[in-house]
Design a protein around this ligand. Structure first.
Ligand code: ADP
Ligand code: MG
Ligand code: MG
Ligand code: MG
Length: 409
């Protein structure tokens, strides 16, 4: 590496170009390169390096350099955040890349001192949240994401990994600072008058109800307990539709800096919550009830397909690659899958709630310009989220979730 990288500092665009040129052989030494900082996320710098004179942006060599800042970009230097998250992210991408290389960006290089990862440029994909707001459909998504979930979760769990090796893996992914963000923003702030909350005036009365709903708090406390204590599998940890790049043919999961060992249902619930939030947002984005219903049915059948395929793939990985005898006990697999389903429903609900009243909203609902439509979408999300959280421990099959959803929209 050059002398620039001897101590940590935020990269300039010139340095990002130097890094992209020197650590990969994607470019020729004589290539004239340009670079833009394109990050739209909350936490990090993202540079895109490409040829200066190229006709079509999508078919020429290019790279992404992602660098962690020692604080959260969205808040500023008053919210310090460990650079260690860049190591966790590149480690998680490498682990996932061994299992499902077609579903994550290829990592070319990682530099610990500079907390930066050089990876494949996925600019020919779109961020799924944007695509769904536009009303697009992705017929292969359920198959792709269930593949991602089944492989990454099974092979990092005690079912698919030797238990001694797994404990060392848990240790590598201890991620206290980023977990703390989740613990506060998802499992605490939305149910109190925390200054972290971001609540529209028109929702103050709805929020007051959340704050005094004892039954709801009890379920949230149990979900939080599991998030704090269950080292079931290596989670992505932030698997919303803004962490998914997509085209009709291809799905790529990015941004696993929140990765840690936690309950499997947390990752599946993140996907379901974001699909249901999108359905709520279509109170505005689809202007007629008929279009809205078609889009909603598409999203609900995607959720059904994700669950059913995940269930099938996880069980067959277990049957084929399970590492021990006692976990083959008749009936155990059914109980295990039922527990994942219940957790999934609980985390789905809690993630919907926090995106309406907590710190970070989603564009599907938050960016609706029409106040009346926005309020309808917000209330749908809050009511459905609350119903899912409250019912999670009673649910026995995914179809029961759809019965609850039918009452919400
Ligand atoms: P953060 O952790 O700050 O949320 P992300 O990894 O989500 O950062 O990236 C933020 C944005 O940068 C993405 O929404 C996307 O627009 C762009 N980006 C990130 N990784 C890539 C990539 N591999 N290829 C193309 N664009 C990317
Ligand atoms: Mg992100
Ligand atoms: Mg693909
Ligand atoms: Mg991130």
């Amino acid at each position: 590496m050059t002398e620039n990288t001897s101590a940590y500092h935020p990269l300039t665009v010139e340095e990002a170009i130097d890094v992209a040129r020197s650590v990969t052989n994607v470019f020729y030494p004589t290539d004239d390169l340009i670079c833009d900082e394109i990050g739209d996320g909350n936490l990090n710098l993202v540079f895109r390096v490409r040829l200066a004179h190229s006709e079509s942006a999508s078919h020429t060599p290019s790279l992404i350099v992602k660098q962690a800042l020692p604080y959260a970009k969205v808040v500023g230097e008053s919210w310090p955040l460990t650079l260690e998250r860049a190591r966790i992210e590149s480690d998680a991408l490498l682990f996932q890349g061994k299992l499902v290389p077609q579903l994550v960006p290829h990592v070319h290089y990682y530099d610990e001192t500079m907390a930066m990862t050089v990876m494949e440029d996925l600019s020919d994909h779109v961020i799924m949240r944007k695509g769904l707001i536009e009303g697009n459909r992705y017929p292969l998504f359920a198959d792709h994401i269930s593949e991602f979930l089944a492989h990454t979760l099974f092979f990092s769990s005690d079912l698919g990994m030797n238990q001694q090796e797994k404990k060392l893996h848990v240790q590598r992914f201890i991620n206290p600072e980023l977990c703390k963000i989740t613990e506060d923003l998802i499992f605490d702030d939305p149910y109190t008058n925390s200054p972290n909350n971001n609540i529209d005036e028109q929702l103050l009365a709805d929020h007051a109800k959340l704050c005094s709903d004892h039954k709801l708090h009890l379920e949230v406390a149990l979900l939080r307990q599991k998030f704090l204590t269950s080292a079931q599998a290596l989670l992505h940890g932030d698997l919303h539709t803004g962490s998914i790049f997509i085209t009709p043919q291809s799905t790529k999961v990015i941004d696993p800096e929140f990765a840690y060992y936690g309950p499997i249902g947390f990752d599946i619930g993140a996907i379901f919550a974001n699909l249901l939030l999108n359905a709520a947002g279509h109170e505005h984005w689809s202007h007629e009830e008929q279009l809205r219903e078609v889009h909603r049915n598409y999203l609900l059948s995607t959720i059904r397909e994700i669950w059913n395929r995940f269930d099938e793939k996880f069980r067959s990985l277990w049957d084929e690659h399970g590492v021990d005898r006692i976990s083959r006990t008749k009936g155990y697999q059914d109980l295990y899958m039922e527990q994942i389903l219940q957790d999934t429903i609980g985390y789905t609900g809690s993630k919907m709630i926090r995106r309406i009243v907590g710190l970070a909203h989603v564009a599907d609902v938050g960016s609706i310009p029409d106040q009346a439509a926005k309020l309808r979408a917000q209330r749908i999300a809050l009511q459905l989220g609350t119903a899912l959280v409250k019912s999670n421990r009673r649910i026995r099959s995914i179809e029961e979730m759809f019965t609850i959803c039918e009452h919400a929209y």
